[in-house]
Design a protein. Structure first.
Lengths: 92, 253
């Protein structure tokens, strides 16, 4: 499973990790929906560190779409909200 | 659906839209490649912009440091001359300068991190674009339009996602740089207004603390000279009034 951390690049994460990542991803989403700034930062940090731990970087010359795209570690709740609502970021 | 998945879908739908619109997907490949090259140019310019802002901050930090050192020296000099009030003023100003300096240091660290991220991103993009070009030429040479459509989906999604990511990184770096520039401008204004001593002005330049210290120093010298002259008078000879004053004195008796 290919996971992108925005601003950092892509990682290849074993499919066996999917369940634990999904749980962390759900926690993140709950924080977004609850507008919980502190919870968001904590959940995001937990998810990203799990991904970095379990995954290995995809070589730069490989062009593959990601199954999961995660915000950058310093992203704020407001930024992620905007990301989910904004379609104008991807050229071409 | 988890958040990461929703974000992933945003990227994918973009790429798919571009492909669906295309009459001949092979043209879409060329168009996308053009866009990639444009983005790469933009990212490189972005890196240069961030570096320029970083250097400006460094110059300001140097100026402020010189300023802080100078105020410290002035405080010592003022204390030596017995002018505690002046020393206090110098130290107060130094505290302001140090505060500014600490702010700039934080921003500098942020900007440096941004620059590093963007540099990495631009290298990554370069490699991906090269790989995309190879893939695109293979697809164009080997497949009909219909086959190409099926064949390029992944490459299109992948590269479009990469470009989206870098586009966002660029935006963030630009926002940060603009904030820094605004702040840097504010520090320049502070220096210009004299609120912060402009340490970059030539050494002959005077600030009010220095002027006061010079005055204290000068009057100290005068006293010293006076004492020395008095000491040189012949022993036992009391200072004599001028003849004119003597006459006046007699007249008053």
């Amino acid at each position: 499973m290919i996971v992108r951390i925005l601003g950092e690049g892509q990682l290849d994460v074993p499919d066996a990790e999917l369940e634990s990542l999904n749980a962390l991803d759900d926690a993140l989403q709950s924080a977004v929906e609850a507008d919980d700034d502190g919870g968001f930062t904590t959940a995001l940090a937990a998810l990203l560190s799990r991904v970095r731990q379990a995954g290995k970087p995809v070589p730069d010359a490989e062009i593959v779409p990601s199954d999961l795209v995660l915000p950058s570690p310093d992203a704020s709740l407001a930024e992620v909200r905007e990301l989910l609502g904004d379609e104008g970021l991807i050229p071409g | 659906m988890g958040m990461g998945r929703r974000l992933a879908l945003i990227f994918k739908s973009k790429a798919n839209k571009a492909l669906d619109r295309a009459e001949d997907p092979r043209e879409t490949l060329d168009y996308s490649y053009q866009k990639q090259l444009e983005l790469l140019t933009k990212v490189r310019r972005g890196v240069a912009d961030v570096a320029t802002s970083r250097k400006r901050l460094e110059i300001q930090m140097q100026q402020l440091q010189v300023s802080a050192d100078k105020l410290q020296a002035q405080a010592q000099q003022a204390l030596g001359a017995g002018r505690e009030d002046l020393a206090r003023e110098a130290l107060t100003r130094r505290a302001t300068v140090n505060q500014q300096l600490a702010d700039l240091q934080t921003q500098h660290a942020q900007l440096q991190a941004e620059e590093e991220k963007l540099t990495n991103a631009s290298q990554r993009l370069q490699v991906k674009i090269d790989a995309f070009r190879t893939r695109k030429e293979t697809v164009k040479a080997t497949y009909t339009a219909a086959e190409a459509q099926a064949k390029i989906g992944e490459a299109m999604s992948g590269i479009s996602e990469e470009m989206g990511d870098i586009g966002m990184a660029m935006q963030r770096a630009e926002d940060k740089t603009q904030q820094m520039q605004a702040r840097a401008g504010a520090v320049d204004e502070l220096i210009a207004s004299g609120a912060l001593d402009d340490a970059s002005q030539p050494l002959g330049g005077r600030d009010d603390i220095q002027a006061e210290l010079d005055r204290v120093g000068a009057s100290g010298d005068v006293e010293l000279e006076l004492a020395k002259l008095k000491g040189e008078l012949p022993a036992g000879q009391a200072p004599q009034a001028l003849p004119e004053a003597e006459k006046q004195g007699e007249a008053e008796k």
